[in-house]
Design a protein around this ligand. Structure first.
Ligand code: NAD
Ligand code: LMR
Length: 329
């Protein structure tokens, strides 16, 4: 079988890190051929064309065809998976929400072009920031495509949270599970360890053996470290995360298509779960079943978790209202 994948921002940093992993089979496995459509704006076309030449030189068995374009109708034609990466990254001192005005305008036209040109059953992953609200804009413009087929990347935050826990506990990261991200892909996000496990056992008692005061460590060290990791990367390397973002995008899309047994995190449309206003794109604990994200329901939230989730959801409401005021929604 062959899957058609459209990557926007293919001439950019994350695009360059993603393309070769997709062509190598990391996204859909060793038996699925891929057709790539690289969608750029005119300024980014030369870089995307260069990447296409290198893809050819990679001699990837799974890669059937590569097309570079700045025409959204061509770019999304027949696409099964759309990866919306193309957007401006933030610089030092900015919050991701500061990009709303600069990037929000990209996602309405792309949502419309997806609705008009993509394959039935298309699944859309938004990476470009601010990812949750850009997803909301794209989904709102994609007439006829259920909002459930759109999701925002928060897997990078979850991977960061699992890595921080593993480092603190001195265990391999693969032994850490169930660390969902709630809310916005922003500094208000809530990485939640209350249900987390290490080698199948609860994480909190394991942390208590290492950290003096676990609630204080969570509030003052762990949560801010994870929530502000994007800013830390920008400060240290001078530009925003690239390879780890591409890696998380691969994790997210692979799991969405192939399914998950355990929980992961994704920004998905709320139907009112956990009191999150209907229609917002909020990160929740999710499973992927039969190609659909399913929110893990019925989890108990203590007061601390509730307050943090409410704060992040309030920010999502503010962002939604801001893009409405800008006429983008
Ligand atoms: P980059 O500047 O290197 O590349 C962006 C590319 O997008 C450029 O080549 C640009 O020409 C292209 N582009 C701009 N508008 C476009 C449009 N309308 N259609 C098609 N292409 C368009 O940036 P990057 O480092 O690759 O980051 C891309 C985005 O991903 C940024 O918004 C960044 O903040 C975001 N990001 C999100 C996460 C996450 O976890 N959700 C993680 C890292 C980065
Ligand atoms: C990240 O989390 O690394 C990205 O969203 C980039 C950023 O602006 O922090």
């Amino acid at each position: 079988m062959t899957t058609t994948i459209t990557l926007t921002g293919a001439g950019g940093q994350i695009g360059y890190a993603l393309l070769f992993r997709i062509a190598a089979g990391d996204l859909l496995g060793p038996d699925e051929k891929v057709r790539l459509r690289l969608l750029e704006i005119p300024r980014g076309l030369a870089a995307a064309e260069g990447a296409a030449l290198e893809l050819q030189d990679g001699a990837f068995d799974l890669l059937e065809h590569v097309e570079v374009t700045d025409d959204a109708a061509v770019g999304f034609d027949g696409c099964d998976l759309a990866l919306l990466v193309g957007a401006r990254p933030r610089g030092p001192g900015m919050e991701r929400g500061d990009l709303l005005a600069a990037n929000g305008g990209i996602f309405g036209p792309q949502g419309r072009a997806i609705a008009e040109n993509a394959a039935r059953g298309v699944r859309v992953t938004v990476v470009g920031n601010p990812a949750n609200t850009n997803t909301l804009i794209a989904a709102a413009h994609a007439d006829g495509i259920p909002a459930e087929r759109f999701s925002a990347l928060t897997r990078l935050d979850e991977n960061r949270a699992r890595a921080q826990l593993a480092q603190t506990l001195g265990v391999p990261v693969g032994t850490i599970a169930r660390v969902p991200i709630w809310g916005n892909h922003s500094a208000t996000q809530f990485p939640d360890v209350s249900h987390a496990t290490v080698a199948g056992l609860p994480v909190v008692p394991a942390l208590e053996k290492i950290v003096d005061d676990v609630p204080t460590w969570l509030d003052e060290t762990f949560v801010p470290r994870v929530a502000k990791r994007g800013a830390e990367i920008i400060q240290v390397r001078g530009s925003s995360s690239v390879a780890s973002a591409a890696n998380a995008t691969i994790d997210h899309v692979r799991d969405w298509v192939a399914g998950t047994e355990d929980w992961t995190s994704a920004g998905v449309v709320s139907h009112g779960e956990y009191g999150v206003p209907e229609g917002l794109i909020c990160s929740f604990p999710v499973r992927a079943i039969d190609g659909e994200w399913r929110i893990v329901e019925g989890l108990e939230l203590d007061d601390r978790a509730r307050a943090r989730i409410d704060a992040s959801v309030a920010e999502l409401v503010e962002e939604r209202d801001a893009v409405r005021a800008l006429g983008l929604l």
